[in-house]
Write a protein that binds this ligand. Structure first.
Ligand code: SF4
Length: 297
């Protein structure tokens, strides 16, 4: 029996960097908090909690903890998604908090792009999910003054909005960027709409390569293998996307969070297993599953 592990399975560069930062900071001996869970993986977050790492859930929680003096002499780590300027300002003005910024450099690049184009008087359009922390962080660079579109219907609605149309006719320039994990095909369709409907649009494709490569490899593996195992947190949207891609090509696709979820319903006649994992899945879990499948099937 053959087992093929995707080369791109597991933490992407930005998540690995952020998670490593937390473990390094634990060694500093200072009380550590992360602004939001460092990664969409309950096991990692639980392991960090056991080591004393606290999680600040949102802006209100941050303000309440500062008010209660709970964050005095602590380090607060910003995760790979980044945060808006307001969060940074509150943290810096609180005085006794050391900010450790683990924002992924690719996300930081989007911050710089929107700030530059916004300062030049352009209107910013972001393709992505408005509630996603990364999009919130991008919006938070320019006081929330941007449009967010998630699909082609929303793109048509925005481009046909009389205020936007008039602004475009009067020479307003637009700058279009994307959430790093946005779907490439959807992005192209949205770009086409704005290019057709607005006069001046600068498009900067800020979709991260890591996501595209992982999805491409998952698709190829699911075509080659009799069964696919997709490992990742139940709340991880990029893992759910991998599951979608694989299950369309391979009916025996299993979505597991850890080895415990891999039950005996797997058909013993499987000749070739493919394994992939979302961007928030630690290597240890992937290796555990890999070893089990190699030894047991
Ligand atoms: S998916 Fe790309 S942009 Fe997002 S954290 Fe990972 S490396 Fe950074």
């Amino acid at each position: 029996m053959e087992v093929k592990l995707a080369k791109t399975a597991g933490f992407c560069y930005g998540v690995e960097r952020a998670v490593n930062t937390v473990y390094e900071e634990i060694r500093s001996g200072q009380r550590i908090y992360t602004y939001g869970p460092i990664v969409h993986n309950d096991m990692v977050v639980e392991d960090l909690r056991k080591q004393g790492v606290g999680v600040i859930s949102d802006l209100e929680d941050l303000k309440a903890r500062i008010h209660a003096g709970e964050l005095n002499n602590t380090a607060v780590i910003i995760r790979a998604h980044g945060v808006g300027q307001e969060v940074m300002d509150i943290l810096s003005s609180a005085g006794d908090i050391r900010i450790v910024d683990a924002t992924c450099p690719f996300v930081k690049k989007i911050h710089d792009i929107v700030k530059e184009h916004y300062a030049a008087g352009e209107r910013i359009i972001i393709t992505g999910t408005k509630a996603h922390p990364e999009v919130q962080g991008i919006l938070g660079q320019i006081g929330g003054d941007a449009f967010v579109v998630e699909n082609t219907d929303e793109a048509y609605a925005l481009a046909d909005d009389p205020a936007v149309r008039n602004a475009s006719e009067e020479g307003c320039r637009f700058c279009l960027v994307s959430q790093t994990t946005f779907n490439t095909e959807k992005f192209k369709d949205i770009v086409d709409i704005f290019k057709k409907k607005l006069y001046y649009v600068t498009v900067v494709n800020t979709i991260c390569n890591a996501t595209q490569l992982r999805q491409k490899e998952a698709l190829a593996l699911s075509r080659e293998c009799d069964a696919m195992i997709v490992i990742g947190g139940k709340h991880s949207s990029n893992t759910a996307k991998l599951y979608d891609i694989c299950s369309k090509e391979c009916s025996a696709t299993y979505f597991i969070e850890s080895l415990d979820d891999l039950n005996e319903t797997i058909d013993q006649s499987v000749r070739c297993f493919g394994i992939t994992a979302g961007a928030s899945t630690p290597k240890t879990i992937i290796q555990e599953v890999l070893k089990y499948v190699r030894d047991e099937f």
